[in-house]
Design a protein around this ligand. Structure first.
Ligand SMILES: Nc1ncnc2c1ncn2[C@@H]1O[C@H](COP(=O)(O)OP(=O)(O)OP(=O)(O)O)[C@@H](O)[C@H]1O
Length: 829
C-alpha cells in the first residue's frame, strides 16, 4: 500500500476475488470542514482478512435491530401481524454522531418499483400521524373496527406474533452470513421473494436512507465510488437487490427498517455489487483521485529534498529586527534570494541592497530588472524559481503560509527552494507547523526568537472621537477606501495637518511616493491615513497608530478585525531608527479601546495547516481524466476530489474560477493559457478591469498582437470617480505587463508603452491624492451614474444611497457636548 485511500483500495479492487472471500476492513475517516470541498481528508485504512469493521461483525444478534426503531414496528406484520408502518423521517432515531445524513437522493428512476411489487403507500399522508390508519385502510380493514381494539383481536395478534418470532429466528441468521455469499445468492436467485406492499415500502425507504447516509458515501469512496456516482450506484444496487431478493434478506432488511444498522448490513453487499458492476467507473475515479493527489507535497521537490537545508526561523512580533537580521545573511551570501509578500517590499529591498553596493536584480510579476553582474535577486514570492541554486534565501512574512488565498506560494517556496540556508521571517503563529514540515523534509531547523525593540504602548485615553487630537506622526487606520477619504477630509478640515494616503488599490509606486512624503519631516504631510495595507512592508515614521474603527466588511457583513491583523498594524508604530522609536497605539473612539487591548494581549494563533494549490502539470493530468469539462468545472472537480495531508489546505480559488468562467467563451485558448490567465492580477469585482482581461485573452487566442487599447488621462483626478478610474487604468496596464511576462512576449509588443503608462498613471494618482478633498464614492454608485442617462433615475439612486454619518458632522455634535477626561493614561501592552 503506497498511498492513503486510493492505492490500498485499488489493491482490494485488483484482487477482488480474494478480498471478497476474505472480507475487507474499511476504516476511513474523512475529516475537516466540507467533506468533499476544499477540506483535507485524512484517510486511514487497513486491511484485515477476517472482518469488516464499522460494518457489523457477524454473527448478528437480534439486538442489532435498531432498538429505537423497533417501537415503530409495533404493528409490523413480521412482529405483530399487522402491516409494517413507520414514520417517514427516521433521522432522529439514528446515531447522529456517526450518521450525518447528507442531502443526496437516489435518482428517482432507480427507486421505481415494478408494478407487481406493490404500490408504495402515501408517505406524506403517513407523516400526518395517521400512518397506522392509512395502512390499515389500504389493507382493506375497517378502520373503526380495528381501532376499537377488542381483546379477541389482541389475542390473535399475540398468537401471530409468536409464530412470526419463530420465523424471525430464521431470517435473522442472514445477519451472520458472509456478505459475499449473500451477494452470490442474490445474483443467482431466479425467483424474487413475494412481499407485501408495505414491506416494499420499507425497503424503498431503507434504500433512500442508504443513499443519504454520510457514512455510506464516505465508505464508498474507499472503493472509488465517488460522490457524484454514489446515488447512481445505490439506485442500480437497489434495482438489483429488489429484483433478486430472497425472503430472508427481505425480512431482515424490513426488520431493520431505514436505519444505520440496515445501511451497515447492506453496505458490504453493495461493495461486492459495485466491484463487479462498475469496474470502469471505479478505475476512472481512482485515476482521477490519483491525479488530484496533493498528499506529501514535500516529495514534489526531489532536488530540494536531496539537499540538507538549514532553516533559520526568525520568530517575533513586528519591529523586532527579523528581516534586518535575515537580510544581513542574504547580503553576505555569494548568491542570495529575497522573497517578498509584496512588489513594494521587493522594490524596497532591491533599492536598499543596491544602495549598499551589492548588485541585486528585481523580479516581480510585472517587472524584471536585471542588474548586470548581480548574484542577488529580490522577488515576489510567487515568482520564486525552484530551479536555481542559492546559498541563502530569505522568505519574509512566513506566517502567510496560512493565507487562505496566497498561502500556496509560501508553501512552494519553503518546500521547493534549493538553498543551503533559508531564513524564514515571521510571527510565531506558524512555528509549530514549520517544525512539523521540517521533520517531513529532513531539513535542520534553528529558531531565533526576537523581541520588540521597544514595547508598544496603548494610550488609554483614546481620541474620544475628536480628530482634532491627531498629532504629527499619527497614522489613522481605516478599513475601507471610503472611510480613508472621509478621515482625510475631516482631518484636513479640522486641523492644520495634511494627510498622505495608502491603501491596497494604489500601485506600489504611489504607495512609496506617499510613504516618502509622510517620512520626510520637511513638508506639511505629517499624518498618514491608511488601510490595513500599511501592516506590511513599508518603513514608516509612525509615532502612533490610531484605529478609526476595529471592524471591517468581509464581503458579506461587518466583522471585527482579526487580532493578528490588529497586532501587525499597531506594531508599525515606533520603529527602530525612525523619528519615533517608542510606539504608541490607540483608537479614535473609547468604545473600541477594550477590543484593541484584548487583541494586543492575545497570543499568536497556532496555525495547524498551510496553503497548497496544484501546479499546472497536476491540473493538466487531472484534466486528462475528465476531457469534456470546462476549465472552471475542472477546478471545481479538483477541489472536490483532491486529497491533502493533515497539515495542508487547498487555497481558496473563487476568484480564479470567476476568471475561468469569464474566459470560457474565449475559443482557442489551451488549458495552460487558461490556467495562466486565471492568475493575472485583476480585481474580479472591477468590471472594467475584467473586461480588459477578457479582451487581452481574446486577442491572444487569435494569435494577434495584444493591444493595450486604453487611453491615458490628461490630468490628475478632480473627483473620486476620476480617481477610481485612474486606479483601474493602472490595474489594466499592470495586468498587461504581468501577461507579457507570463505569455509569449511577441504577442505583447507594447510593453514599453505599458511601462511608461504605468509610471504616468502612478504619478497622476500621487498628484490626485495630494489634492484630494472630495467625498469618496463607491464603485457601484459611480457605475450606475455613468451608465444611466436618465436624470430622474439618477436622482432616485442618489436618494437611495445612504452615506454613513459624516465625520465632520459627528465631530460637530461631539464638540457641542465637549466631554473630555482629564488624564491621559498609558497602558503597556
Ligand atoms: N541591528 C540593527 N541595527 C540597526 N537597525 C536595525 C537593526 N535591527 C533592526 N533594525 C531596524 O529596525 C527596523 C525594524 O526591523 P525589521 O524590519 O527587521 O523588523 P521586523 O521584525 O522584520 O518587523 P516587520 O515584521 O514589521 O517587518 C528596521 O528599520 C530595521 O532597519
Amino acid at each position: 500500500m503506497t498511498k492513503g485511500p486510493a492505492s490500498s483500495l485499488f489493491q482490494i479492487f485488483c484482487r477482488k476475488r480474494w478480498v471478497s472471500g476474505a472480507k475487507v476492513h474499511f476504516l476511513n475517516k474523512y475529516q475537516g470542514p466540507g467533506l468533499f470541498g476544499q477540506s483535507e481528508r485524512v484517510v486511514s485504512q487497513f486491511y484485515s482478512p477476517t472482518s469488516y469493521s464499522d460494518v457489523p461483525v457477524r454473527p448478528f444478534s437480534t439486538s442489532l435491530v435498531n432498538p429505537d426503531f423497533a417501537s415503530c414496528f409495533s404493528s409490523s406484520s413480521k412482529l405483530l401481524g399487522g402491516n409494517i408502518l413507520y414514520p417517514r423521517s427516521c433521522s432522529s432515531l439514528v446515531d447522529n454522531e456517526e450518521e450525518k445524513l447528507k442531502d443526496i437522493s437516489v435518482a428517482d428512476s432507480y427507486c421505481d418499483f415494478d408494478a407487481d411489487i406493490g404500490k408504495p403507500i402515501d408517505l406524506e399522508h403517513e407523516n400526518e400521524g395517521n400512518a397506522g390508519v392509512s395502512a390499515l385502510a389500504e389493507s382493506g380493514e375497517d378502520v373503526n373496527e380495528r381501532s376499537s381494539c377488542d381483546s379477541t383481536f389482541i389475542e390473535l395478534e399475540e398468537k401471530e406474533h409468536g409464530d412470526e418470532l419463530a420465523k424471525g429466528e430464521q431470517y435473522v441468521q442472514v445477519a451472520s452470513r458472509d456478505p459475499v455469499e449473500l451477494y452470490r445468492e442474490l445474483r443467482s436467485n431466479e425467483i424474487r421473494a413475494k412481499l407485501e406492499s408495505s414491506d416494499w415500502t420499507v425497503i424503498h425507504e431503507v434504500f433512500k436512507y442508504f443513499a443519504r447516509s454520510g457514512w455510506a458515501y464516505t465508505q464508498a469512496l474507499a472503493i472509488y465510488i465517488g460522490l457524484s456516482f454514489f446515488p447512481t450506484a445505490v439506485g442500480k444496487f437497489q434495482k438489483f437487490f429488489c429484483g433478486k431478493l430472497t425472503s430472508d434478506m427481505a425480512n431482515y432488511v424490513v426488520s431493520l427498517g431505514p436505519s444505520h444498522s440496515a445501511v451497515k448490513f447492506l453496505f458490504p453487499i453493495f461493495v461486492e455489487y459495485c466491484l463487479e458492476e462498475f469496474p470502469d467507473e471505479i478505475k476512472r475515479y481512482r485515476s482521477m483521485l490519483e491525479t488530484a493527489d496533493l498528499t506529501k507535497p514535500h516529495t514534489w521537490f526531489p532536488f530540494a529534498r536531496a539537499m540538507k537545508r538549514k532553516i533559520i526561523y526568525h520568530c517575533g512580533p513586528t519591529n523586532s529586527g527579523k528581516t534586518y537580521n535575515a537580510l544581513q545573511r542574504f547580503m553576505e551570501a555569494k548568491k542570495g534570494l529575497y522573497c517578498s509578500p509584496l512588489r513594494l517590499l521587493a522594490m524596497e529591498v532591491f533599492d536598499k541592497v543596491n544602495g549598499l553596493g551589492i548588485y541585486c536584480s528585481l523580479l516581480t510579476g510585472q517587472e524584471k530588472k536585471h542588474v548586470p553582474f548581480s548574484n542577488h535577486v529580490a522577488c515576489t514570492v510567487e515568482m520564486v524559481s525552484t530551479d536555481e541554486l542559492y546559498d541563502v534565501a530569505v522568505i519574509d512574512e512566513i506566517q502567510m503560509l496560512a493565507d487562505s488565498y496566497r498561502g500556496y506560494a509560501w508553501t512552494r517556496a519553503f518546500l521547493g527552494l534549493k538553498a543551503d540556508e533559508i531564513h524564514l521571517c515571521g510571527d510565531p503563529s506558524v512555528l509549530d507547523i514549520v517544525r512539523k514540515i521540517c521533520r517531513d523534509t529532513g531539513d535542520e531547523l534553528l529558531e531565533q526568537h526576537h523581541d520588540r525593540f521597544k514595547p508598544l504602548v496603548v494610550e488609554a485615553k483614546t481620541l474620544l472621537g475628536d480628530l482634532r487630537k491627531i498629532r504629527s506622526g499619527d497614522c489613522v487606520v481605516a478599513f475601507s477606501r471610503r472611510e480613508i477619504f472621509e478621515v482625510k477630509l475631516a482631518i484636513e478640515k479640522q486641523t492644520n495637518h495634511r494627510c498622505c494616503v495608502i491603501y491596497g488599490a494604489l500601485p506600489p509606486e504611489t504607495r512609496r511616493q506617499q510613504a516618502g512624503l509622510f517620512n520626510d519631516p520637511n513638508n506639511e504631510y505629517d499624518v498618514l491615513v491608511a488601510s490595513d495595507a500599511v501592516g506590511m512592508g513599508l518603513n514608516l515614521n509612525i509615532r502612533r497608530v490610531v484605529f478609526n474603527s476595529l471592524s471591517k466588511y468581509n464581503g458579506d457583513k461587518m466583522v471585527p478585525v482579526p487580532a493578528s491583523q490588529v497586532k501587525q498594524i499597531a506594531g508599525r508604530a515606533g520603529r527602530r531608527g525612525c523619528l519615533y522609536p517608542d510606539g504608541l497605539t490607540t483608537t479614535l473612539r473609547l468604545e473600541d479601546l477594550d477590543y484593541l487591548i484584548e487583541c494586543l494581549k492575545q497570543p499568536f494563533d497556532d496555525v495547524k495547516k498551510v496553503g497548497l494549490f496544484p501546479f499546472y502539470e497536476q491540473v493538466e493530468l487531472f484534466a486528462g481524466q475528465l476531457p469534456n469539462m470546462t476549465f472552471c468545472q475542472l477546478l471545481e472537480k479538483f477541489g472536490e476530489s483532491c486529497q491533502l495531508d493533515g497539515s495542508y489546505f487547498l487555497c481558496r480559488h473563487d476568484h480564479i474560477k470567476k476568471i475561468a468562467n469569464m474566459l470560457e467563451k474565449v475559443q482557442g485558448l489551451s488549458l495552460e493559457d487558461r490556467f495562466n490567465f486565471c492568475f493575472a492580477p485583476v480585481n474580479v469585482r472591477d468590471p472594467k478591469a475584467m473586461y480588459h482581461l477578457l479582451r487581452f485573452a481574446s486577442s491572444y487566442s487569435l494569435n494577434s498582437p495584444v493591444n493595450i487599447a486604453m487611453g491615458m488621462p490628461k490630468c490628475s483626478a478632480r473627483n473620486d470617480a476620476e480617481l477610481l478610474d485612474l486606479e483601474t487604468r493602472h490595474q489594466v496596464v499592470s495586468m498587461y505587463l504581468w501577461l507579457s511576462n507570463h505569455f509569449k512576449e511577441d504577442q505583447f509588443p507594447y510593453v514599453k508603452k505599458a511601462e511608461s503608462m504605468a509610471v504616468d498613471i502612478a504619478d497622476l494618482l500621487g498628484e490626485s491624492l495630494i489634492k484630494a478633498d472630495w467625498k469618496p464614492e463607491s464603485r457601484r454608485t459611480i457605475k450606475s451614474k455613468t451608465q444611466s442617462r436618465n436624470v430622474l433615475k439618477l436622482k432616485t439612486e442618489k436618494k437611495e444611497f445612504s452615506r454613513p454619518q459624516s465625520l465632520i458632522k459627528s465631530f460637530q455634535k461631539r464638540h457641542d457636548k465637549s466631554v473630555r477626561p482629564e488624564h491621559s493614561e498609558k497602558v503597556v501592552a
